[in-house]
Write a protein that binds this ligand. Structure first.
Ligand code: ZN
Ligand code: ZN
Length: 413
């Protein structure tokens, strides 16, 4: 018997609240979605709290939970997953940060947090920063990401992420001094000192760099400092394959989700036309999923669009993304190898009225051989409450998938 396969499709930020302009429907209720409804009709539905009831989940913590890793145990900050997402090799105990290339004046006051949204030359700036020597011997690894973004790893035994940020998060304010959250924590004090030295030296190295001289000559803001934030300690996590026995691939549009997937040993897939924006070619993502199923048992997929619509407070953008998702689900149902399980859910709600993530639970459906079909006929936040799953948590999802696939070790005799 061949091992069954599974696809876990996560529509980022799909969940919403009733919206007056939509006749008090959510975007998912208002959207035409015959394929999602078919999956709901043939599958088993319910509500899912990504972390726990009422908790506002981030995309990273939610994906960890849904993949079976307790975020309260493994998550100390976004940095390690951002760094892994751009291909950096984050090791256990590393302190990793997401960073901005920013612009400061001579008094270290931030005049542009995004350095004129710099789009080129950051590779040369990063090369000048990477390997910087710090006085306490902590190793510095730095890499540029897209636009004004980058990631920093500090590597040494006994570091701590319990430190404050140097980035004040708004302009017109001086760069702050990082401090240990607990003054008695020597590891944190050492790490904070390293961050402060790194930020100061980044200014010394970058302020007269040829890339910045050229920018100034063109009237652009120089990327003359690097501001780390969101520091977290590289957690020790078993690979997804070790935990589940499933060889896994990830098809996602954002570095953060690719970072979570890479951190647990999944293969990362590049999809042409998958922009992570509202213009993304979602059907190409579906095709990539089917391609990955040829060589993997499990494919994690994240489609970003619905979350953007939520953050923008734009219900129509959400509805448009749902339409594209629906077409992609139709393609999956027709083209996945026979016996593949399909799970569709969201990593959190991003209600248009809030323009940010909320703690509202999201719809979830399990579809495939042997699933206990229930009375639910439509895939939306309220219809699924009649489903057989009731209300589950993110941490339950992978367990349900592996038991449906019959690949889970028995607990007991
Ligand atoms: Zn998300
Ligand atoms: Zn979001």
């Amino acid at each position: 018997m061949t091992t069954p396969k599974a696809v876990l499709l996560i529509a980022d930020g799909l969940g919403d609240r009733p919206i007056k302009e939509l006749g008090n429907k959510t975007p998912l209720e208002a959207a035409e979605k015959p394929n999602l409804n078919r999956v709901a009709l043939e599958g088993e539905c319910g509500l899912m709290d990504p972390i726990a009831v009422g908790i506002r989940a981030g995309s990273d913590t939610s994906h960890l939970a849904i993949l079976g890793y307790d975020p309260y145990k493994y998550y100390t900050g976004r940095g390690p997953f951002e760094a892994a997402g751009i291909g950096m090799d984050v090791k256990k105990g590393d302190i990793a940060f997401r960073c901005n290339f920013s612009t400061v004046d001579d008094n270290m006051v931030i005049t542009d947090r995004r350095a004129g949204r710099i789009t080129s030359g950051t590779d040369q700036l990063a090369a000048a920063i990477n390997g910087m020597k710090l006085s306490n011997g902590i190793e510095v690894i730095f890499k540029e990401s897209v636009a004004h973004r980058g990631a920093l790893i500090l590597r040494a035994p006994d570091l701590s992420a319990d430190i404050t940020d140097t980035d004040p998060h708004h302009e017109g304010t001086a760069v702050m001094t990082s401090k240990a959250c607990d003054p008695n924590n020597a590891s944190a004090a050492k790490t904070a000192q390293a961050v402060n030295e790194f930020v100061r030296k980044s200014y010394e190295v970058l302020k007269d760099h040829p890339v910045n001289k050229e920018r100034i000559a063109q009237g652009l803001n120089p990327a003359n400092i690097i501001l780390p934030r969101g520091g977290g300690i590289g957690p020790h996590m078993n690979s997804f394959e070790c935990e589940t026995g499933l060889k896994a691939a990830c098809v996602a549009e954002t570095g953060l989700i690719n970072g979570v997937a890479r951190y647990v040993g999944m293969d990362i897939t590049e999809v042409p036309g998958a922009t992570g924006g509202l213009d993304s070619n979602v059907m190409n993502i579906g095709k990539a999923i089917v391609e990955q199923l040829a060589s993997h048992d499990f494919v994690l997929c994240n489609v970003k669009g619905a979350d953007l619509g939520g953050h923008d407070g734009n219900p129509q953008a959400k509805i448009d993304t749902i339409k594209k998702l629906d077409e992609m689900v139709g393609y999956l149902v027709e083209n996945m190898p026979k016996g593949t399980y399909l799970v569709i859910t969201a990593d959190h709600s991003t209600p248009c009225a809030i323009k940010d993530h909320s703690g509202d639970p999201v719809a979830i459906v399990f579809w495939g051989e042997g699933v206990r079909t229930d009375k639910c006929q439509q895939f939306d936040e309220r219809s699924v409450t009649s489903g057989g799953l009731g209300r589950i948590r993110g941490i339950d999802v992978t367990k349900i998938i592996t038991q449906l696939m019959n690949v889970q070790e028995k607990f007991g005799a």
